[in-house]
Design a protein around this ligand. Structure first.
Ligand SMILES: Cc1cc2nc3c(=O)[nH]c(=O)nc-3n(C[C@H](O)[C@H](O)[C@H](O)COP(=O)(O)OP(=O)(O)OC[C@H]3O[C@@H](n4cnc5c(N)ncnc54)[C@H](O)[C@@H]3O)c2cc1C
Length: 407
């Protein structure tokens, strides 16, 4: 296993439970990439592909503004050209509807899988308070409600619809022109850094060899079979190799003959420790295009999607935009004792779906990446799919939509 974010950790966890001998390598520390300070929502309700109908008609000028919630850095446009063109091609109802169904199937039952992790001795912060989506116009609320009801077939719900009074009663701290909301009752959330730490501790105790601080930079391949993963000072042999290196996955899959169109969709968070105005459950505020997550003794503001290439540069203008949106949506939300600002690279593909499966160019290479805004939500099922593929060569769920060969 190469890459110890939430995806690699769950793959290692499922492979070990299925009886495999596993080595997990990360160039840094486990869970220190995009899996570190994200929202922690386990939310099949918002498991939708990023390219959505209408997005392609959003004005290019708007997308190039540094305070826009969806921002494309002008200097990155030439480099992103082909990716953006393909992304644009998926901003239609057909592609979106197919993507929603595929993601709903993959995320089915995920909140329960998280509940079971605790019983399996994984120590992490977890809460079951549901998710709240707050709206400022009735049409969007109704459309979202209708869409969510169709996901009932995938086990989503129950859903409570709130009018403005109900919403203000549920979250008295929220400000602005909100008119109502939807609560998806059964959804859960986790504190992602504690989840990664808990999983790493658990798998190590179960006998997974965990090797932080080692970077894989290439492979030794003989007649279509990977023999070893190599890097400065390392040569690790194995029967199968899984690349789960998030937004950087294509660096390694390219060396195995399969470049993948995975880009970094950078997102920002501000974590406030200590008392500050907060919400009582994970909340997405549609007007502000941002979310809040409450944790024990802390809370987090989240938002923005920035396409500026694969790098972890934190743009202070994006943090300022998140601050402004946060203050407007939830006055007092920045008033805690300490604060940390963070940027993470969501692995994003042009069709908005993950890439999970066998590499076509070698017999024992696999990949699990591209989970965009949904890595925490989709990690348990991704881990289970990878374990089945690696050990049995077949999968119970329908996963053809995620095949690495689709590009
Ligand atoms: C602001 C924000 C909020 C979010 N909120 C949510 C949410 O509420 N719910 C949700 O489901 N998702 C959320 N996400 C998305 C989620 O964080 C990602 O989808 C997920 O973390 C991706 O996990 P990963 O394991 O693929 O990548 P990463 O966590 O980035 O892990 C990849 C790992 O690979 C390692 N690596 C890279 N290259 C190499 C190499 N060559 N050799 C060895 N190791 C290597 C890295 O060090 C890293 O640890 C959010 C993201 C952001 C940015």
């Amino acid at each position: 296993m190469i890459g110890g974010g939430v995806i690699g950790l769950f793959c290692a966890y499922h492979l070990k439970r299925a009886g495999a001998d596993v080595v997990l390598i990360d160039k840094s520390d486990f869970g220190s990439g995009c899996s570190f300070a994200n929202g922690g929502w386990v939310c099949p309700s918002i498991a939708t592909p990023l390219p959505a109908p209408g997005l392609a008609t959003a004005s290019l000028r708007g997308l190039l503004r540094s305070d826009s919630p969806f921002y494309i850095k002008p200097s990155a446009v030439p480099h992103l050209g082909r990716w953006l063109w393909e992304f644009r091609g998926h901003c239609n109802a057909d592609s979106y509807t197919r993507g929603v169904a595929a993601l709903a199937e993959l995320s089915r039952g995920t909140p329960k899988q998280y509940a079971q992790l605790g019983s399996d001795g994984v120590d992490f912060e977890y809460d079951r308070r549901g998710t709240l989506l707050a709206f400022s116009d009735a049409r969007s609320l109704e459309r979202e409600h209708r869409d969510l009801m169709t996901l009932g077939a995938f086990g989503l719900g129950p859903i409570d619809a709130l009018d403005e009074t109900g919403l203000r009663k549920d979250q008295p701290g929220l400000a602005g022109d909100l008119i109502g909301g939807l609560i998806i009752r059964d959804e859960v959330h986790v504190r992602p850094d504690t989840l990664c730490r808990g999983l790493a501790t658990r798998i190590e105790a179960d006998g997974v060899e965990v090797l932080p601080g080692l970077e894989v930079s290439g492979f030794e391949v003989e007649r279509g079979t990977i023999v070893a993963a190599t890097g400065p000072g390392i040569e690790i042999t194995a029967d199968a190799f899984v690349v789960a290196t998030g937004a950087e996955a294509s660096f390694l899959t390219t060396q195995l003959g399969m470049p993948l169109p995975v880009q970094a969709g950078k997102g920002y968070s501000i974590t406030i420790e200590g008392p500050a105005a907060t919400v009582s459950r994970p909340t997405h505020v549609s007007t502000a295009k941002m979310g809040f997550t409450p944790f024990a003794g802390a809370h987090r503001l989240l938002g923005t999607m920035e396409l500026s290439g694969i790098n972890r540069r934190l743009d202070p203008r994006r943090i300022e935009a998140l601050e402004r949106a946060g203050r407007r949506a939830l006055p007092g939300c920045l008033d805690g004792a300490t604060r940390s600002d963070w940027v993470g690279m969501r692995p994003v593909t042009p069709d908005g779906l993950p890439v999970i499966g066998a590499l076509a160019t070698c017999v024992n290479g696999f990949v699990a990446t591209g989970h965009q805004m949904l890595g925490v939500t989709l990690a348990p099922s991704t881990g289970s799919v990878i374990a089945q593929l690696v050990l049995e060569g077949r999968v119970e769920k329908e996963v053809s939509a995620f095949s690495p060969t689709r590009f």
